[in-house]
Design a protein around this ligand. Structure first.
Ligand code: GMT
Length: 376
């Protein structure tokens, strides 16, 4: 089969959608396809020495006449240029807003009829879909795409309910790089972070947005420390950080909660952790839950969005109702105190990663779509 030239549009900074877009790009490049990333900066983990990967930067001058720099238009312009200069066969757009709209515009500017695959990742639908100022634009971007995929059944259903698009939505799950996410020897990391030998470690990893509901994690942890010696690792940065620090102070947990900031050593941090807490109010998939399972860390997570498609209650973790701190504490203690149950969940987690979310199967599904859209 002919190798394809694919334009990839994604948010390049740390975040699940950018990670999935980049890993997929690397795996497609390894299969021989030419992957052209059209983004505002070089994506995290991008391999710029790979012969099949190219980065096309979207730049925008800060003209003083603009109150807001027109990034979406500049992106469309760059997409049009790259379609023409590279002779792209298709575009793969991650996130409907604004990327699917910029892709439609860029294609039109270039007078091109190449196909566009739009992958929905979550808040492009579950938050923006509620906003009357943006809902029509999200629907327009989706309807203008050739093929639309969602990262979970739950997100597919939310999209149908909220956006009512005229496109069929196919579900392709997320995946992880199995070479990065493996149980590791973390060296001295545990003691470097000030964790004592007999302490249990609870970890949460996110971008500290409101939807991640970190206050419930801190409150659950507070209750757990009344029974167990434990530390809470809060990994990441984001808008809610100040509020979380305040709550940690109020509960007098300063010595037990460790804010690590953004880190690149996720699998080492997971290696020193016993359980992940992920109590979000919205979550289309929860890539970190999959990363944790691959590193042998079970989760306590909420019954929202696509989470129950990753965490199977009583099999590789526990699902608790959103907002129910008592349930999170009870299940957390159960898992941390029952060694046999813990070992079973850990084993089951490895099976989930291998059988349901293995990268090779998922990359093949995307490759089939690429050929379908390119008509080759
Ligand atoms: O969760 C976030 O705030 C980041 C966002 C993103 O753009 O990366 O994550 C979304 O996409 C991820 C990759 O598909 C999913 O694993 C996350 O569940 C999804 N976030 C939400 O739905 C809140």
């Amino acid at each position: 089969m002919k190798k394809l030239k694919v334009g990839v549009i994604c948010y390049p900074s740390l975040g699940g959608s950018g990670v999935v877009a980049t890993e997929l790009g690397i795996m497609m490049a390894n299969k021989g396809h030419e992957m052209h990333f059209i983004t505002s900066s070089m994506p995290f983990r991008f391999l710029n020495a790979h012969p099949n990967m190219q980065f096309h930067e979207v730049t925008i001058e800060g003209y003083s006449v603009f109150k807001y720099p027109p990034y979406d238009i500049a992106l469309a312009n760059r997409i049009a240029q790259v379609i023409e200069s590279e002779g792209l066969d298709l575009l793969h757009v991650h996130y409907a807003m604004p990327h699917a709209v910029s892709a439609a515009l860029g294609k039109d500017m270039a007078g091109s009829d190449i196909g566009v695959i739009t992958t929905l990742h979550g808040t492009d639908v579950t938050i923006l879909g509620y906003d009357p100022a943006l809902r029509n634009t999200v629907r327009y971007g989706i309807n203008k795409s050739t093929i639309v995929t969602a990262v979970s059944e739950s997100l597919k259903q939310d999209t149908i309910n909220l956006i009512d698009p005229n496109k069929e939505i196919r579900v392709i799950y997320n995946f992880i790089d199995e070479e990065t996410y493996v149980p590791r020897d973390a060296g001295t990391l545990r003691s470097d972070l000030g964790i004592l030998e007999d302490e249990k470690v609870i970890i949460h990893i996110s971008n500290f947005r409101d939807v991640k509901n970190i206050p419930d994690i801190v409150k659950s942890f507070h209750e757990i420390t009344k029974t167990l010696d434990a530390k809470l690792l809060l990994v990441g940065e984001g808008p809610e950080k100040e509020n979380i620090i305040k709550l940690v102070d109020e509960l007098n947990l300063q010595d037990k909660v460790i804010f690590t900031g953004k880190r690149n050593d996720m699998s080492e941090l997971l290696a020193i952790s016993d359980v992940m807490f992920h109590l979000s109010s919205k979550e289309a998939f929860g890539l970190v839950l999959l990363e944790a399972l691959a590193c042998g860390v079970p989760s306590i997570a909420t019954n929202v969005g696509g989470i129950p498609e990753v965490i199977e209650d009583g099999v590789n973790g526990f699902i608790v109702p959103y907002g129910n701190i008592d349930a999170a504490v009870e299940k957390g203690l159960l898992l941390l105190e029952d060694e046999e149950l813990y070992a079973k969940f850990k084993r089951n987690g490895f099976i989930t990663v291998k059988e349901k979310f293995h990268s090779s199967g998922i990359v093949d599904q995307y490759e089939e779509l690429y050929y379908e859209v390119a008509g080759k």
